[in-house]
Design a protein around this ligand. Structure first.
Ligand code: GLN
Ligand code: ZN
Length: 784
């Protein structure tokens, strides 16, 4: 067999450094410990290491401009000069501190992605841009903000600078740009009548200028990402793509563009994508393997196809033989000149190097691939395609062996779990009686006042709490001492809730590191990494749990804590659990069973916990589904299926209790209009939601005829250090009663209080209780 080489790319790599070097550099700079030169020098070193790693592992199409100090969308805004006036930029190079002001506000008040959105207390300098989720990932980008008559100009030459930086080190790279249509579609305007796509004609010349500069420096290929091509697009967006790429082809006939799509299939946008005058098209074959046939059938002969066969969103090792079975016929059909091998999307979304995980179970470890391992897989595929399977026979055999071990391992497959999941009946996902009947029983037993007050679960995670946890983890604090400390904190928090007159209490969650990790660590089927960090936003990284096997609950997880907490008070103490959909959505999940099947297993484990809490005497159990909405598929047509199984999973975990037991749920976001029927179908007795920032407007979705159950619309914005006044919360509650019936309304903050300090929480909750009392008085008078 003749030997040729097949281009192998990564589309982008993690930028944070294997030991979180970027985080420490940024935080050092923000706190004044290092200066800008030092920060930039460390960034240079990280990029150099990234390029070297890719080269060493056999990547031939190495990207540049995939690095970012904070976020690639923010970088794009800066590149095109889309810098809102408040940041005080008036042309010329954009100062580093202007960039960081856009990212974090001028006094570093970063938004909180757990409850993503725009917020900013008064008198705190300049606010950050709004931040939101990047498609359906857990990465968050800074939302571009446009004005009517927005002007664009090339304000940063970052793509060019990094291309040259790589060139000086001997790497001929393929620069990455976020495409103009996706960029505009990701943006917003305060002026709702301004359609960002209308700005395209103003934006395109800036892109052309950048592409020209890159071509002049010797770039032959540029990767241009248009992930919007996997979304539902209207004709206007498709036309925008035709205009943009028509212009690029006209202005730069020799420059080859790799139009890159990811996070799903092209679907009904396939013809649009294939009609664009570009040299190459990248398709995601991990999320949408089925699109390969359609792409092959329709792709013009001259088009270079980049096949995203290695999953860039998950951490599983590939079965190389299986992939080669698919790729070899494509190679035969299209020829080596028209084929490239790639991950499905940038490797930004996976941890960097499995080699750092020295404590993982060796079997599990053998089934995993992080970014470095995925690069190696890609290079191996490239070699096998170019030189025949024989040249990498051993590597292929190892991957097949790992796949078959995983497919049959008892660590993954638990017969008891499978048969239990198969035996689930519709009845198990239904409460015994309808809400109206339950409501009456619960009211009689619980004897709560109208407008009952409660909180969402967590209380401030103070320095003392975190220090004790760290000391315990490092062995400096014995289990007994740590436990005693936690009990003390819990008891004090309960005493204080009683003192200020809250009606339904929580234990404070001091024992929990994270609302998903806490449960994952106690469930069979989950594993945790030491260094498996993935960027969530800016310098914030997370280590998602790895859901690798059938899920079961070896023993109760929260019952002892609940029992202790309830023993401290005569008031009702809520049991506090994280729901199955949220646990699933914040984990790396199995690729050998469907998400819905995995979710059902988690639901059954949580169901056991719910029932054990009931048996222990809990009268109220809260099951948080903070991440239910963010699991919505990118395409509207797939929402129904997702919501069906997500709601069913919640109901399955919540429905194994008597009518007397009150099930609460909590969701910390504020868009419900489009999913209100699913929320209602969850049939929780009480739901608490975020509403304070939207001034109760979102309650329109909850008007009583569509949502009959009880609701706690948040009256206290926990994202801000500001203490809301009584009158403010009373006014919000009054507004709520205009939309809901008074008997439906609970009084609570928007979300958990763990990120606040006690000095903020104490007066705020005292005021909240006072506001509830005022409402009670008002409604009692009205009833007289
Ligand atoms: N019970 C959790 C808490 O209060 C809920 C957190 C969340 O919804 N993000 O912290
Ligand atoms: Zn919340």
């Amino acid at each position: 067999m003749s030997s040729f080489s097949l281009p192998v790319s990564t589309l982008g790599t993690p930028r944070i450094g294997p030991r979180r070097e970027l985080k420490f550099a940024l935080e050092g700079y923000w706190s004044g410990q290092i200066d800008a030169d030092e920060l930039l020098a460390r960034a240079v070193a990280l990029r150099a290491a990234n390029w070297a790693r890719q080269k060493a592992l056999g990547i031939t199409m190495i990207p540049s401009n995939d690095f970012s100090l904070y976020d690639q969308v923010l970088d794009t805004s800066v590149m095109v000069g889309a810098i809102p006036e408040i940041y005080g930029w008036s042309g010329g190079p954009v100062p580093l501190d202007t960039y960081f002001a856009m990212a974090r506000g001028s006094q570093g008040h970063e938004p909180d992605p757990a409850c993503a959105g725009h917020h900013h207390g008064p008198g705190q300098g300049v606010p950050a841009l709004e931040m939101t989720k990047w498609f359906d990932t857990n990465y968050h980008y800074m939302v571009p903000e446009f004005t009517r008559g927005q002007r664009f100009m090339l304000a940063s030459t970052k793509p060019l600078d990094e291309f040259r930086e790589a060139k000086a080190l001997g790497y001929h790279t393929r620069p990455v740009l976020l495409g103009p249509v996706s960029y505009l579609k990701l943006g917003k305007s305060k002026d709702p009548s301004l359609d960002p796509l209308s700005l395209l004609p103003a934006l395109l010349p800036v892109y052309v200028e950048m592409l020209r500069k890159l071509a002049a420096q010797g770039a032959d290929w540029v990767q241009i990402d248009e992930p919007c091509l996997v979304l539902d697009l209207d004709e206007q967006a498709r036309q925008a793509l035709r205009v943009a790429y028509g212009m690029f082809a006209y202005a730069l006939p020799k420059l080859k563009l790799m139009l890159t799509t990811y996070f799903g299939g092209l679907g009904d946008n396939l013809d649009t994508a294939l009609g664009l005058p570009v040299a190459g098209l990248h398709v995601d074959l991990a999320r949408a393997p089925e699109q390969l046939d359609a792409v092959l059938a329709k792709a013009p002969n001259g088009l270079v196809l980049s096949l995203g066969v290695i999953d860039g969103r998950n951490i599983w090792r590939a079965n190389l033989a299986k992939l080669l079975d698919r790729l070899e016929p494509v190679l035969a059909r299209r020829g080596a000149d028209h084929l490239q091998i790639a991950p499905s999307c940038s490797l930004l979304h996976v941890p960097i190097d499995l080699a750092l995980e020295t404590d993982l179970d060796p079997d599990l470890s053998n089934w995993l691939a992080f970014a470095a391992q995925k690069m190696d897989e890609l290079a191996t595929l490239g070699r096998a395609l170019a030189g025949g399977r024989g040249v990498v026979a051993e590597r292929i055999a190892e991957s097949v062996l790992a796949a078959s071990a995983r497919a049959t391992s008892p660590k993954v497959h638990d017969r008891a779990v499978a048969s239990r999941a198969a035996a689930v009946t519709g009845e198990m996902a239904r409460r015994a009686s309808p809400f109206g009947d339950r409501h009456a029983v619960q009211r009689a037993i619980l004897g709560l006042p109208s407008f009952p007050t409660t909180t969402i679960g967590s209380f401030p995670q103070t320095g003392a709490v975190r220090q004790a946890r760290a000391a315990h983890a490092k062995g400096g604090l014995t289990a007994e001492a740590y436990d005693a400390f936690l009990r003390q904190e819990t008891a004090a928090a309960i005493r204080w809730q009683e003192e200020i007159g809250l009606d339904v209490l929580v234990h404070g969650e001091f024992e929990r590191n994270d609302m998903v990790q806490y449960f994952g660590e106690q469930l069979a089927g989950f594993a945790f990494t030491k260094s498996g960090w993935v960027q969530s936003y800016g310098s914030r990284y997370v280590r998602p749990p790895i859901l690798f096997g059938d899920v079961s609950r070896p023993k109760p997880m929260t019952v002892d804590w609940w029992r202790y907490a309830q023993s401290c008070t005569a008031k009702p103490m809520k049991g506090m659990l994280t729901g199955p959909v949220t646990i699933l959505n914040w984990s790396f999940v199995r690729d050998d069973v469907s998400r819905s099947a995995a979710c059902r297993q988690i639901a059954l484990a949580i169901r056991d916990e719910v029932q054990d809490l009931e048996k222990a005497g809990a009268r109220m159990i809260q099951i948080d589904e903070a991440a239910l909405r963010e699991g919505l598929p990118l395409r509207r047509g797939e929402w129904g299926h997702y919501l069906d199984w997500a709601v069913e999973s919640f109901r399955l975990c919540a429905s194994g209790v008597r009518d007397e037991t009150q099930i609460h749920t909590h969701m910390c976001y504020s868009e419900f209009n489009d999913i209100i029927d699913a929320i209602a179908a969850m049939d929780a007795d009480v739901i608490s939601i975020e509403t304070s920032r939207s001034r109760m407007e979102l309650l329109d979705a909850f008007v009583s005829d569509r949502y009959p159950n009880d609701i706690g619309p948040g009256v206290y914005d926990i994202h801000s250090p500001r203490v809301p006044a009584v009158a403010e919360m009373t006014a919000l509650l009054e507004k709520a009663t205009e939309r809901l019936s008074a008997g439906q309304v609970w009084v609570n903050p928007d979300c958990g209080l763990k990120t606040r300090t006690w000095d903020e929480v104490r007066p705020a909750l005292v005021n909240m209780v006072a506001a509830a009392r005022q409402l009670r008085a008002m409604f009692a008078e009205a009833a007289e």
